[in-house]
Design a binder for this molecule. Sequence first.
Ligand code: DLL
Length: 434
Amino acid sequence: MMWNEEIETMSREDLKELQLKKLQKTVKQAFDKVPYYNKKYTDYGVFPEDIETLEDIEKLPFTTKDDLRSAYPFGMFAVDKKEIIEVHSSSGTTGKPVVSGYTQKDLDNWAEIVARGFKSFGIGDEDIIQNTHGYGLFTGGFGVHYGALKLGATVVPISTGQSRRQVEIMNDFGTTCLIFTPSYGLYLGEVALEEGIDPKEIGLKAIGFGAEMWTEEMRQNIEKKFNTKAYNIYGLTEIMGPGIGMECPAQNGLHIAEDFVYPEIIDSNTGKTLDEGTKGELVLTNIDREGMPIIRFRTKDITALHYDKCSCGRTFARMDRITGRADDMIKVKGVAVFPSQIEKALLKVSGVEPHYQIIVTRPGLMDEIEVKVEASPDIFSDAIKDMVQIQKKIGDYIQNEIGLAVKVTLVAPKSIPRTTKGKVQHVIDKRNLH
Ligand code: DLL
């Protein structure tokens, strides 16, 4: 089943021609309208006319999360502010977050690619989609919502949390498609069983899941628990949101919406483009976005691209599921967290040393973060109640920075291992997600 067969099965030659036209237009639009690109390209000595083939994209410098952060809040917009009708936001590496802006046409296009994905999951206008992604600055809720509306399905915008109610609703309404992050999905399955409802019996036709890393074992677990296929959804705020890549029935990688987004894989260290099938860092370019075209964005996500025709008939490139990051960002409960954000919070509190360790676990089905921080020698021997107070203060600062509650433990001075060779390991992720 396809939403837009003509586009989704177009020949690679026609697709490349379309992508080149769109890329040329985008680079010109960015150069003319966005001071960031104008200055950067001028400094590099590369200009819109230099893009004569698709491969010429390699002449353009990369855009990083820090570049976007420096443009906070609206510096990357390529249209008048009044044309931007919605914004979303994600964590920055330090300090300010990144803002993503959309015009009406951008929202329509976003809905289009998500609708295509739903159709490839086998979901159509007769279905009931229960969307457990958060509605807010996170792109998950609204992106899925717009796609579901476009498809003509019935969307239940329940958002994350209220898990017992989620179960009641899926049972009473006869939900046929569930959208969740893998960790929340596993939890929801447990809650259903506790409530005496077997998720296998609900009659689901498909699950769409994404926003964080998972393993094939987790997928199998989810599929078994809910007795239906679970399809991967990939995306990121900077480029649009969910839907940039969505799986088809072959479940053999995610088809990238290549008429809107141009993918490349690079070697993270050298920046050189890598061949088809080689693992590296995914770089994405918006080739059809009015509000905020992002060119050669370094996603830091590790994957590989495949261009051979898929058994489903779609010709769009497929990306493997994400297996790692080229930086130290971690996703906890679907939220992007950078160690630098935690460090920033620690620096605000006196009595602690900037030596810390972030330990991420999944003791049951939910993620937990513990931050171990070294106390300074003069406070370490103080009364327990002072230590507890400092822990609470640190916890509050961190929560304010990352939006998640964490457990803080003050530990003895000099007890956190120092590195003797280069990089300190700030994050210990015990969830085994690779
Ligand atoms: O997570 C967009 C999204 C929402 C995707 C709902 C799918 C479903 P951000 O919060 O900006 O946006 O986080 C983007 O999350 O760079 C990846 O590291 C990670 N990520 C997203 N989807 C997947 C996935 C949304 N399917 C960052 N598998 C990305 C693994 C994923 N990691």
